[in-house]
Write a protein that binds this ligand. Structure first.
Ligand SMILES: Nc1ncnc2c1ncn2[C@@H]1O[C@H](COP(=O)(O)OP(=O)(O)OP(=O)(O)O)[C@@H](O)[C@H]1O
Length: 252
């Protein structure tokens, strides 16, 4: 039977009277790619921020693998297995690409290597191999000794993806993973995300680019003005008149 990795249960969030999220209830099933779409200001980023502990909901709860994570801090939620890739890449600009990917891999190990210098050396070798593996997958291995700050915006996003993947997250949240990329880079990111999907990783993706959404999503939830107006398989959502209306009304 399908298992819900993430359950956003009846979440509400207001900003000084503005209903940013109302009655949000959705489930992300194991192994699926679940897209959240909607016009500007629909509440997508707010929802993501509630899921990762950056914003507390006014009511309702977020349940991850059966455990309520509402009220936990972002780093605790990350340690539990939710990794995310933001719209503005959060990287270490003065470190090399390799070092950037090694940092979250070490963090994931939670310092256990510190106890024993021998363990630390062997962990470092393993982590370095793993970091190189993910840099290869995102197409950045040949640049691994460059400093991250010198990368193009699209490459910074790919680096951040490698930094998330090296953690082997149970759930990967992607906030507009192809924003700012050329069509060529967008297509290679789609291919990469398809490859990750084949490995069974569960993903939530917020995206404006419908080419990306319909290339990847198994299920789509549509938000408009803080409410879910449609939720289902891509073909159902595409044919839903409420969705067309929300987008046309928002000049999309
Ligand atoms: N910290 C905040 N304080 C006040 N209002 C906010 C705050 N964050 C978001 N909002 C408002 O909440 C609503 C939802 O915003 P949100 O950024 O979640 O939408 P979105 O769907 O992610 O939009 P976009 O596609 O433009 O990124 C908007 O009206 C926005 O102006």
């Amino acid at each position: 039977m399908e298992n819900a990795v993430l359950h956003v249960a009846d979440v509400q969030k207001n900003f000084r009277g503005l209903k940013a999220l109302s009655d949000i209830d959705l489930q992300v099933m194991e192994g699926t790619t679940h897209a959240i779409i909607g016009p500007n200001g629909a509440g997508k980023s707010t929802l993501l921020n509630v899921c990762i502990g950056r914003l507390p909901p006014d009511s309702g709860a977020v349940v991850f693998d059966g455990e309520v994570i509402t009220g936990k801090k972002p780093h605790e939620i990350n340690q539990m297995g939710i990794a995310r890739v933001f719209q503005t890449p959060e990287i270490f600009p003065d470190l090399t690409l390799l070092q950037n990917v090694m940092v979250p891999a070490f963090a994931k190990r939670d310092g256990s290597f510190r106890l024993n210098p021998l363990q630390m050396v062997s962990a470092q070798a393993v982590i370095r191999d793993e970091a190189e593996h993910w840099l290869t997958d995102v197409g950045l291995k040949e640049h691994m000794h460059r400093t991250a700050g010198s990368l193009s915006r699209g490459d910074k996003r790919r680096l951040e993806l490698a930094m998330a993947l090296v953690q082997h997250p149970r759930l990967l949240l992607l906030d507009e993973p192809t924003a700012g990329m050329s069509r060529h880079d967008t297509n290679s990111t789609i291919d990469l995300l398809k490859k990750i999907k084949e490995r069974g990783m569960t993903k939530v993706i917020i995206e404006h680019d419908m080419h990306v959404v319909f290339s990847l999503a198994d299920r789509i939830t549509v938000l408009a003005q803080g409410r879910i107006i449609a939720d289902g398989a891509p073909d159902e959502v595409r044919a839903n008149p409420k969705v067309r209306e929300a987008y046309l009304g928002g000049n999309h």
